[in-house]
Design a protein. Structure first.
Length: 397
């Protein structure tokens, strides 16, 4: 068993060592050369493939570290976010961390990769040399035993830790730092917020064009026709005026619905608690609202939390087959031990069938994007058979 462990570690080390040397040095030289030639204009053509190949090699290192040593290394690369390719590559701290990793990994990967095979080979060679040295009458044949036995005994135990040590060194250089992770999160949430805002603007334009605008145009047409008929055909004019009144009422109802979709007036005027009670008023199933907050949230956060709760409740009504639901909102001082310091927590519970698909749920993705802009998080506990609890948490300020 130990021999197979030692052999596996030696084989893995013999993969890591040549890759570190034969791939690392050319990529390091190519990247440094590309950066040095940037002022001359030709470095850009070299930098793009150099960075792409370096990131590919770093990705292979991440897979090796995960599969061979159980060491997870997150990808720190920033989204492009509409920037030119060159400013994106040069402005990403991960590009320079990858370059530092190439530099360090050449000696470290070579040394730690070769050591498992070296220990095993040294031990075998030392023991095999003992009979030949003893038969030749050489006085220093005991040194073969002195070096061979410890090396052979150490090989099964040292091989795997040496491979893991190489993975840990790689993680220290390739994993994102706190600042890089924060920048990446902010960039991603900014993109999502921009995309959501554009999608919402398109929805508003579509609803106005297809709904209220068309009805108001019909009102104008009816009024114009009534104006032409009022003297000669007053009865037809009266009918047209009645039709115009109906169209104006429908247009007003659609505008009110549109405004509620943007920002419900009850939310702006009376706060989140009353807005949630108004939200569940027309629910086809009983929905209990428990609200325990001392102060109102800032308007953007209050709006984001309201619409996230509304999406969660919509999922309950569409998919859960629930008979009862509950909305619980706790402020930083609410709910005793359940209140989180400086954070507001909302739970949407239902007694439905459970089994919510967290990965593919569009509503859940929308909630996550909406709250991520405010450093909020969404967690879902939905075992098959229920119940389902969607927890929304975000800072109060």
């Amino acid at each position: 068993m130990r021999a197979s462990v030692a052999g596996q570690a030696a084989w893995r080390g013999l993969v890591i060592a040549p890759v570190s040397l034969l791939a690392g040095i050319p990529l390091l030289v190519l990247t440094v050369l590309a950066v040095a030639l940037l002022p001359l204009g030709v470095g850009a053509a070299l930098l793009r493939p150099a960075v792409a190949m370096t990131r590919g090699l770093a990705g292979a290192q991440r897979r090796i570290a995960r599969e061979w040593s159980g060491v997870e290394i997150a990808e720190p690369y920033l989204p492009r976010a509409g920037r030119g390719q060159l400013p994106w590559l040069l402005g990403d701290p991960a590009t320079w961390r990858d370059l530092l990793w190439l530099l360090v990994n050449v000696p470290v990967g070579l040394a730690l990769g070769l050591l498992p095979a070296t220990l095993a080979g040294w031990g075998v060679l030392g023991l095999l040399s003992v009979p030949a040295l003893a038969l030749s009458g050489a006085a220093f044949w005991p040194f073969g035993l002195a070096f061979g036995l410890p090396a052979l005994a150490l090989a099964p135990f040292a091989g795997r830790p040496l491979i893991r040590a190489q993975a840990l060194v790689a993680r220290s250089l390739l994993a994102p730092g706190d600042a890089s992770e924060r920048i990446s999160t902010l960039t991603e949430t900014r993109e999502h917020a921009t995309d959501d805002a554009q999608a919402e603007l398109r929805r508003i334009e579509r609803d106005l064009h297809d709904g209220a605008q068309a009805r108001l145009a019909a009102v104008g047409l009816s009024l114009g026709m009534a104006e032409d008929l009022v003297r000669e055909h007053p009865e037809q004019a009266i009918a047209l005026l009645a039709e115009a009144r109906r169209h104006s009422g429908d247009a007003l109802a659609e505008l009110r619905s549109l405004v509620r979709g943007i920002l419900p007036p009850v939310l702006a005027e009376r706060g989140l608690e009353d807005a949630l009670r108004a939200l569940v008023y027309s629910s086809p199933i009983p929905v209990e609202v428990r609200y325990d907050m001392d102060e109102r949230l800032p308007a953007p956060r209050e709006s984001a939390l309201y619409f996230a709760i509304a999406e969660a409740l919509a999922n309950v009504l569409k998919h859960s087959q629930a008979n009862h639901a509950r909305i619980l909102v706790l402020g930083p001082t609410g709910g005793g031990a359940r209140g989180a310091q400086g954070r507001v927590t909302a739970e949407v519970w239902d007694d439905g069938v459970g089994g919510a698909d967290v990965a593919n749920g569009q509503g859940l993705s929308g909630m996550r994007r909406r709250l991520a802009a405010f450093d909020g998080v969404v967690t879902v506990d939905s075992p098959v058979g229920g119940p389902t609890v969607v927890t929304l948490e975000m800072p109060c300020a």
